[in-house]
Design a protein around this ligand. Structure first.
Ligand code: GSY
Length: 176
């Protein structure tokens, strides 16, 4: 496997169509009108020329994981083609969270909208504030189930398993 470090993340060239990179973003909301929050975030993601949303999963109603004393989430995953670097895409996600009035009083608690970069082409980035692939994605069914719907055969660049394989193995582990 080719190892791409944080030193070259803005130089690595992995193009999809039109010189854009294929990335996957996980979305979650458990405050207010949850489906509207996700639809608004998707519309905002694709509102400028530097990002287009090429696929969107169904919406999944999921029980909270981690801090369980909060309401259920709606989770989804989006395929995004972009000319932005990983750091620029992160900034865009954070701006959308702020613009949608993200409120979070408890660290793992309720939130209006959460946007996580799950995968950025096949890059591996390990910086304090930017880790790609998302370090917990393979442990979270609420991430893998929507992602497997739109990207079953995409390879996790560290674990070297497809998203569908990761989901199957998470589900079979839970059954034991
Ligand atoms: O980024 C993760 C936010 N989050 C979620 C979530 O999106 N969905 C579910 N079901 N549980 C969660 N716990 C946390 S934290």
């Amino acid at each position: 496997m080719q190892n791409k470090t944080s030193a070259n993340i803005d130089k690595t060239v992995i193009f999809c169509c039109n010189g854009r990179m294929i990335t996957y973003i996980g979305l979650g909301s458990n405050m207010g009108d949850r489906a509207k929050n996700i639809n608004d975030a998707v519309a905002m993601l694709g509102s400028a020329e530097d990002v287009s949303v090429s696929n969107l999963s169904s919406f999944y109603e999921t029980e909270p994981v981690g801090y369980t004393d909060q309401g259920p989430f709606i989770n989804a995953a989006a395929e995004v083609n972009t000319t932005l670097t990983p750091r620029e895409l992160l900034a865009k996600c954070m701006r959308i969270e702020a613009d949608l009035g993200r409120v979070r009083t408890v660290r793992w608690g309720p939130r209006t909208i959460d946007l996580d970069i799950l995968l950025y082409a096949d890059l591996v980035i390990d910086e304090p504030d930017l880790k790609v692939p998302h370090p917990l994605m393979h442990e979270r069914e609420f991430v893998l189930a929507p992602l497997a719907e739109i990207a079953p055969d995409v390879l996790h660049p560290v674990l070297e398993k497809t998203i569908k394989e990761l989901l199957d193995s998470l589900r079979s582990g839970k059954g034991k």
